[in-house]
Ligand binder design. Sequence first.
Ligand code: DSN
Length: 413
Amino acid sequence: MSPLEQTDPQVFRIIADEMERQERRLELIASENFASRAVMEAQGSVLTNKYAEGYPGRRYYGGCVHMDVVENLARLRAQQLFGADHVNVQPHSGTQANMAVYFSVMKPGDTYLGMDLRHGGHLSMGHPKNFSGMIYHVVPYSVRSEDHRIDYDQVRDLARKHRPRMIIAGASAYPRIIHYDIFADIAREVDAILMTDVAHIAGLIVADRHPSPVPHADFVTTTTHKTLRGPRGGMVLCRGEYGPALDSCIFPGMQGGPLMHVIAAKAVALAEAATPEFRSYQDQVVRNAKALANALLEEGFTLVSGGTDNHLILVDLTDKGITGMEAQETLERACITVNKNSIPFDPLPPTKASGIRIGTPAVTTRSMGEDEMRLIGSFMSKVLTNPTDERIISAVGKDVTDLCSRFPLYVQH
Ligand code: DSN
């Protein structure tokens, strides 16, 4: 019996149930992934016991000798992997990484340009109920109606008109390449700071499957748990000149003690991301996304922008007579996990949404390839074209669990 099972059988059971859910179901949420045993071992280590406010060599408590070594290691690995001048690995999440950048270069009331949330932007890029929309004046830009690519002409026009303090290039539901060089050109023209949020595509960037923003941007923020496949957390990279202000915004400005066990796990993930195996994994993520997109197109689905360049696909369900919310619930009954998602120019509110967002990072981690993507496309089609037929839904559910059992995740490792 494990110590957890002995001390708290209730929580032990919940974790065992979640493990089983992850093993037996298809995880297609584009922002999720499965961290390695090594990452989880570091995250579950005695480092959780240590307070280490401050930075390496400048801590407020004693006993931080090993904390300094591990934080320096994480910073160095991130610097080398991304080619960045300065790195802060302390943000607890992607939103806190973004907050740190905003606080370090903007005053309340300042203007920034960010991607419209209904067109693929993120909560922390100007949602009216998020700090990012409450404190600042947000000018949203969108995608073009004809091809669903970012409307760079509109970005330039808005930048010239509003002279923002900052421009943000980043998204949480955009299936195409982001052209950071164009953003940098616009930012330079209006003397704005350029921040890029690469949370979704950080893993693709380090594996050269997506252009890097590092040569173009003043700041790059990311989470560490999506395509990067590390522990849940955030990170900021920036040009050297912004380093001191950024660091002091994170501590003491916004956070207290850093989560040193998570920072150790970030270090492990960054080392994993530097391996040839990780590059091959990212290649497969992109190949799988293309295969799944093609399978869905062949099944008669409409995809936002017509396809994908990265790890995610946005399916437009307006011609299927089913909302995103209904699709999410129906697929869940067939053991397929996705999230409802607004599509550009969506007539429905985000709580219902006209689309679903799907991604291949998690299924690729469990070694599925293009054949499996074609199968998944046909499973999804069967369920979404027969959303009230419980017999079909349960037959697909059985096929899904059979498929998952051929690609074990943690149980046999
Ligand atoms: N919630 C994440 C996503 O799903 O894209 C972004 O933080």
